[in-house]
Structures are given as structure tokens and as C-alpha cells.
Design a protein around this ligand. Structure first.
Ligand code: NAD
Length: 481
């Protein structure tokens, strides 16, 4: 059986306890690897390696750090097929998606921050009256912790570790125990790229033990976390008394506002994607669709027709639009929300059933599911399901659309479909979200700030925001005569 080992100080190693977790292939329900079940001792070893690597790495010229990160980016590209295959097997997502999105983006994350760090600058303020000059140093923090979820495994793991390392920090990182495979393959790539030992240390294991040990570690001074809101709350409670710097990218329940004046065909095609890409397991998926009344019946019919043509199947079949959900507990959670929708009086317009795929009878496959709801405050419309389930509701006025869009605890992203420029501005300004897309979805420029408001998180990643997070600003004031 394949083993997923920790990567500490440039070497792959067993967990100190000798304990292992099962790693499942969600397409067939079988255990295909064992994951290091790390605890505080492994985290301590990773911390020590990172601490020892910090002085040299933080003093390495930016050009050299950048060169190594670019090498990692190239090696990810060179290993594209192997990494994408590992991701599809581990996560259940279609191989085509891993090849088009996940792995190219992991490479772009390294390339982007390798370049960004060479352009990262700070401010100077001359106080003429006081005869003093201030300049701001942006210094790496030291050893930082990065913790990532299972939905976009290598994509989100690298989205954190790349800026952390670019800024001169050394890292103790933990990928999700549900999808650890591609992060574990990254160790070899980093070694081959010449990343000095100890700059990146990858510890595998479950959240409450390995993750908690990273967050509780007294000398890991900053934590960048992406995951569920409940976990984020717990993490914040642990880290706050230790005054750690925290970046929290949490859950969402994103609205999709469709106005009658939109470009209908483009909207329809993109809305199918924004609903069901990656089996609906993207924090940015638009899971609540609000449609202006004159368009409602037409949209309902056309949307269901399009969704019914999506193929759920083997992630390795090029024809599959949706693969398997990531795990059995997650499948059961999503199914429980479909039952709840019916109990709450919703109408299942399409889907709702598990899918049996030939040769993969024990896989966690589910139909894309479209539910008409009649009260935007029902639980199915309020709670994050994080699967291939969307709700539809009509609206009559812009005010009503905004009220429903904002009427949730979350505020990650929102999508608006309209050709009215004035409305675009009005609505974008009033939406309670960190990211608003108008007439598009998941259109990402890595220079832009990324993150949520309300219960979707604290802080921003992306571009210089990430580099600011992973550095401490220190003002130096020099008095001159
Ligand atoms: P999760 O919160 O269960 O786990 C995320 C990570 O945290 C995992 O690595 C896990 O092992 C770790 N963890 C769990 N308990 C911990 C603890 N006590 N201390 C430290 N680490 C701990 O989330 P998940 O189920 O893996 O991911 C799905 C969630 O992530 C969804 O809510 C989704 O919206 C969210 N998400 C958000 C974004 C974003 O950018 N805002 C992006 C992707 C996913």
C-alpha cells in the first residue's frame, strides 16, 4: 500500500508515532494509501527544521528566491499529467478539470509570487517639519503555518505556501487529510528545484491533532487557513490569545443575481458551470440563484434541460462533466440537505439521486441537483452545502434581489448578470461580498484581493495582499540635521 509521508527538512519521513490514516479513492470507495497521522512531535520536528532554515532563507537575495520558485513552477508543469492524475484519483474530480484548472493554477501560483516579490515595495514618509525620514521595512515573519482544504488540493495549498516562501518565511504546512496526495508529491519537486532543506515542511494528519498542533505552536507566528467557517471559528479562538496573525478564508453561500436584461445564452452557459464545476465543491460556486421574474420560467426550463445533459461519471472518462464527491461523509451530508429541502417544502426540479457508475459501484457519485425554494430564509438556502446543489428563486425588484443576496451569514463572492451599467455599479457597491463578478464567473487575476466578509473570513489573499500578510511592517524613523 502506498504511503503518504511527511516531508521535513527536505526528507520524507514516517510519522513519529507510527500511526496512519486511511486514504480513500472516492470513485470506488477503496482505501488506496495510508497517510502519516502526525501529532505534536512531528509538528515540533517540522518547526525546528523551519526555524533552522529561516536565517539563511530570509537573507537569500530576492532574485535567488524567485529563481527557485520559478523552477518549482516549471517542474509542476513538467509533471502536469502525473499531478493531475493523482488529484483526480484522490479527490474524485474529472481529470480534465485537474488538467485545465488545478495543476496549471498550482504552477501559476509559484510563478506569480516569484515575480510579485521582485516588485514588492514599501512606503517612505519624510516629515519635513520634524527633520526626520521614515521608511517601512517589510520583514518576513519567521516560521508560518499554512492549512488548506480538500476541494482544490494543490491549487489552494500552493496559493498559501508560494507567497509565504517568496516573502522569506519558512513554512510548516498541512494539506487536508482527505486529499493529501498532490501535496506529498510536491516535496520531491521542491527538492529537485533546489529549495533549501527546511524552507517547506509538510506535515500530514487530521485537523484536530496535526492542524491544532500547528495553530497552538507558540513559535509559529502566523496562520493562513482555508476551510470551513466552524473550523475557522475554533482556530481563531485558539490563536487569538497568542496574538497570532491570522488569515481566514472560510465558507460561502454565494448568490447569483440574474436580471432580465442580461445576455441570456452566455449567462445560461456560465451559470451551469458556476453551479456544478468540481461537483459544486468550489467555495466560489453560486449556490443560490435569484432570477428576475420575467425570466424565471424560461430560465427554469432551459437550466434544467442543460443540467440534465451533464454527465456524471468516472473522473478518468473524458466525457465526464462531474466526477465523484470527495468522501462518503460529505456525500451523506449533501444528500441530507436534499432531503431537508423536501421537508422544507422545496421542489426538486432535477437530480437529487445517487448515480451508479459502471465498474465504480461504490463511488460517491451524485446527480447535479436543482431545487426551487419558496423562502430564501429556509435552511437549504442559508447553510453551506458545498456540493452539486443549487436553489432557484424569482425576484421582482433590485431591492428584493439585494435583500435576499445579502440575507445570509456568509459574504464570499457574488455574481451579477445585467447589461445595465448603472445597475452594475449600484448592485456591486451594495452586495456584501469580498468578490463580485459581473457577466462572468471565476474570472481570476492573481493580482486582485481575494477573500470574504461576514462569516466567510478575515483578511485578503492574492497579489500584494498576500505578501503583506506574510510580512511584518516595521517603521524606521531617522532624524537628520
Ligand atoms: P475543514 O475546515 O474541515 O478543514 C480545512 C483544513 O483544516 C484541513 O486541512 C483540516 O485538517 C484542518 N483542520 C480541521 N480542524 C482543525 C483544527 N482544529 N486546527 C487546525 N486545522 C484544522 O474544511 P474542508 O471540509 O476541508 O473544506 C471545505 C470548506 O472550505 C468549505 O466550507 C469551503 O467553503 C471552504 N473553502 C473556502 C475557500 C475560500 O477561499 N474562502 C476556498 C476553498 C474552500
Amino acid at each position: 500500500m502506498q504511503k503518504i509521508l511527511n516531508y521535513i527538512n527536505g526528507n520524507y519521513c514516517d510519522p513519529i508515532s507510527g500511526d496512519w490514516l486511511d486514504n480513500y479513492n472516492p470513485s470506488n470507495g477503496e482505501v488506496y494509501a495510508h497517510i502519516a497521522n502526525s501529532n505534536i512531535n512531528d509538528v515540533n520536528a517540522a518547526y525546528k527544521a523551519a526555524r533552522n532554515a529561516f536565517p539563511a532563507w530570509s537573507n537569500t537575495p530576492i532574485e535567488e528566491r524567485s529563481r527557485i520558485l520559478l523552477k518549482i513552477a516549471s517542474l509542476i508543469e513538467k509533471n502536469m499529467l502525473d499531478l493531475a492524475t493523482a488529484e483526480a484519483k484522490d479527490n474524485g474530480k474529472p481529470l480534465s478539470l485537474a488538467l485545465a484548472v488545478d495543476i496549471p493554477r498550482a504552477s501559476s501560483n509559484f510563478r506569480f509570487f516569484a515575480h510579485a516579490i521582485t516588485q514588492f515595495s514599501s512606503e517612505a514618509h519624510e516629515s519635513v517639519g520634524l527633520g526626520s525620514m521614515n521608511f517601512t521595512l517589510r520583514q518576513p515573519i519567521g516560521v508560518v503555518g499554512c492549512i488548506s482544504p480538500w476541494n482544490l488540493p494543490l491549487y489552494l495549498f500552493t496559493w498559501k505556501i508560494a507567497p509565504a516562501m517568496a516573502a522569506g518565511n519558512t513554512v510548516v504546512a498541512k494539506p487536508s487529510e482527505v486529499t493529501p496526495m498532490t501535496a506529498s508529491l510536491l516535496g520531491d519537486i521542491c527538492s529537485e528545484a533546489g529549495l533549501p532543506k527546511g524552507v517547506l515542511n509538510i506535515v500530514h494528519g487530521d485537523g484536530p491533532t496535526a492542524g491544532q498542533a500547528i495553530v497552538e505552536h507558540p513559535h509559529i507566528k502566523a496562520i493562513s487557513f482555508t476551510g470551513g467557517t466552524k473550523t475557522g471559528e475554533h482556530l481563531a479562538r485558539t490563536a487569538a490569545p497568542m496574538f497570532k496573525k491570522l488569515s481566514l478564508e472560510l465558507g460561502g453561500k454565494n448568490p447569483n443575481l440574474i436580471f432580465a436584461d442580461c445576455d441570456y445564452d452566455t449567462m445560461l452557459a456560465v451559470t451551469v458551470k458556476s453551479s456544478f464545476a468540481n461537483q459544486g465543491q468550489i467555495c466560489l460556486c453560486g449556490s443560490r440563484i435569484f432570477i428576475e421574474r420575467p425570466l424565471f420560467e424560461r430560465f427554469k426550463k432551459d437550466f434544467v434541460t442543460k443540467v440534465s445533459k451533464l454527465k456524471v461519471g468516472d473522473p478518468f472518462d473524458a466525457e465526464s462533466d462531474l466526477g465523484a464527491l470527495v468522501s462518503k461523509p460529505h456525500l451523506e451530508k449533501v444528500q441530507s440537505y436534499i432531503r431537508l429541502a423536501e421537508e422544507e417544502g422545496g421542489t426538486i426540479l432535477y437530480g437529487g439521486q445517487a448515480v451508479t457508475v459502471n465498474g465504480l459501484e461504490n463511488g460517491y457519485f451524485l446527480q447535479p441537483t436543482v431545487i426551487e425554494v419558496f423562502d430564501d430564509q429556509c435552511r437549504v438556502n442559508q447553510e453551506e452545502i458545498f456540493g452539486p446543489v443549487v436553489t432557484l428563486m424569482p425576484f421582482d425588484t433590485e431591492e428584493e434581489a439585494l435583500k435576499m443576496a445579502n440575507g445570509v451569514r456568509y459574504g464570499l463572492s457574488a455574481t451579477v448578470w445585467t447589461n445595465d451599467l448603472n445597475r452594475t455599479m449600484r448592485v456591486s457597491k451594495q452586495l456584501e461580498a469580498g468578490i463580485v463578478w459581473v457577466n462572468t464567473w471565476l474570472n481570476r487575476d492573481l493580482r486582485t484581493p481575494f477573500g470574504g466578509v461576514k462569516d466567510s473570513g478575515v483578511g485578503r489573499e492574492g497579489g500584494f495582499e498576500a505578501l503583506r500578510f506574510f510580512t511584518e511592517a516595521k517603521n524606521v524613523c531617522i532624524k537628520y540635521e
